[in-house]
Ligand binder design. Sequence first.
Ligand code: GLN
Ligand code: ZN
Length: 763
Amino acid sequence: MKITNLGFPRIGRDRELKFALEQYWRGEIDQAQLEAQALTLKQTHWQWQADAGIEFIPVGDFAYYDHVLTLSAMLNVIPARHRQLNADGTAAKITLDTLFNIARGAEVNGEQASASAMKKFFNTNYHYQVPELEQDQVFELAFEQIFEEVEQAKACGHQPKPVLLGPVSFLALSQAKGEFDKLQLLTKLLPVYEIILQRFAEQGVTWVQFDEPILASELSQSWQQAISQTYQYFADSKPSSIKVLLASYYGDIQHHAQLVNQLPVEGLHIDLIAGNQTAAAFLPTLEQQKVLSLGVINGRNVWAADIDDIAEQVQSLINDYDEQIWLAPSCSLLHSPVDLDAETELNDELKLQLAFAKQKLNELTELGHLVTHPQSERSQHIRSLCAKRKQARSARRNEAVYQRLDNLTEQDFERGSAYKQRQVAQANALKLPSLPITTIGSFPQTAAIRGLRRRWRQGELAELDYQQHIKAVIKDTIERQSSIGIDVLVHGESERNDMVEYFGEQLEGFAFTQKGWVQSYGSRCVKPPLIYGDVSRAKPMTLDWTTYAQSLTDKPVKGMLTGPVTILHWSFAREDIEREVIANQIGLAIRDEVVDLEQAGIGIIQIDEPAFREGLPIKQSEWQGYLDWAVKAFRLSACGVEDKTQIHTHMCYSEFNHTIEAIAAMDADVITIETSRSQMALLDAFEDFAYPNEIGPGVYDIHSPNIPKQQDITHLLQKAADKIPVSRLWVNPDCGLKTRTWDEVEPALVNIVAATRELRRQL
Ligand code: GLN
Ligand code: ZN
């Protein structure tokens, strides 16, 4: 038995990579300094792994921006607009700057070259740069970073295991520029991988890991065929010293067991955390003397593993197949924060329950010890620690929360009447003009506002003073909206740093780390809250700010909340209860806030769910199961109000093609969505489905500093009106305005109001 790893976070325990990158982009350090910082990080992470007893240290998991982008460069997949030209017109060598230009957009050869698209990496919150493939794509080995890293690791005395995304997943994640089948490119792509394997062999590498997370999805015949073809090709062409580990993760691959068991590879990694597969389906792999790497430590979460339970599960396989079994994290540790030891403010009880990337390596060491020396004193100690954790978890149970959940009835998930009747009640209560104009919630978060929050948090600003200052911001925000002519106002969210953190900090069951950062894309990191206990609301969270805003105006002020599904997805949720149960717990807490707002006279309440789609499983066959409970959790949060109270929801970065039925089932009275960039194409799904409730398609692309002109907005509104009856249309920006300045926001909103009024006159 061996313990191994699939990949380590590259960002650094103190986000050193982020800061080095940003310094480099600002021109404060040069490339040599950036590379030196990167090398220090790699060396530190390799050493941690070696110290934990990890065999075959993964190399190639490091990337300056994104590992998919590095691979694209390696394979010469560079968008033509980013191809720098030499003086003689020939293509220049690909450099680190080429990669940064592709990711961030830049001026290349005197012309503006837009960034390539960014997409979520499978079902994670990591975003990759989408490779752009031409029909006549030429693949060749064009970027050497990984070979240098192999040398760097060897120089430190490690035995490196290069890690690359496999050819099939690479193609699957790519975008075809034009009308052709990406799979046609496979035969041209494989020879470059062959050269890469040759180079690794020359460097004295034995194991090479090819990640094929695409195996977790349902694959059509031709994509399954591509998997067979690829790994047969490698078996036929690779140097005999090279061994291939095919790694799957983010879901089970039991449905492809027959296919993968037959592949001529030397090893197979399976994820035993995501999905429901067991190693049993892969016994044929073991019977053929291949390695089976068992992904038993969750690579995507922060919780300490029940090593004792895991040891029990894997013991018999190890007894039978000893040498052939590797114990590993379920997937690359890319999605875990780096080092729990950097947390100085967490209480000991919670800390006992946690393991970040570095601690996960130790868990593998301990697991290895447990299965090889089950009777040792150390093993006794490990087991008692596991028992202690379990006990602490059950002691924390909040019975009242479960009672409330148990007492829920169907009615708690239903509004009093159907939408048609609610619409009448709301029209009477709210008296809004046709094409009502609103915004999505946040207004510019100026440096002054961020300064206020910072001083308050650091205790430099007394609570009451802070409140006065924020109220002044709210007053200003209300006045500006009124004078611009917005119909449904918002308080502006100036008191919120982040739409999830703000609620997490006030809810029971949440905790926050100081340095629990994970990479989202490039130099951007997120620090998700931890949901470690049962969630409940001790006291109102938004009531004071909202009612204060309402007291300043006769127009309706829309209450602003984050929905249960989004709070869940953007947190590290506990694993000892079902996600569905956690979603309902949060749903009840938000419901309490909704009801309080209604009672305080707030007639419109928005429950944001921008992350609704993010929870979709990799396998389409599992979507419905997810959507069922996600919709219910939202409805639980929303359905405590009377007919006349109008519930809004908001979703951005979404397509709705396969989820429109679920979106309709959420039964929000109004949904606002991001549509301006797609020129309203995203509305088609709503039109085709005959979506019954009201919709606010975004007419202002808030990601851009450009101010939309009145005629652009009119044009978008007319397009929207072609698809959705005007009686059910709202007018609003794509998303919140917190990243924009007032100089941009005010004229944009003025134009929105002018375009809307003009259209109203024509009705
Ligand atoms: N209400 C939030 C805002 O306006 C919504 C943000 C989001 O959709 N991501 O900022
Ligand atoms: Zn949004």
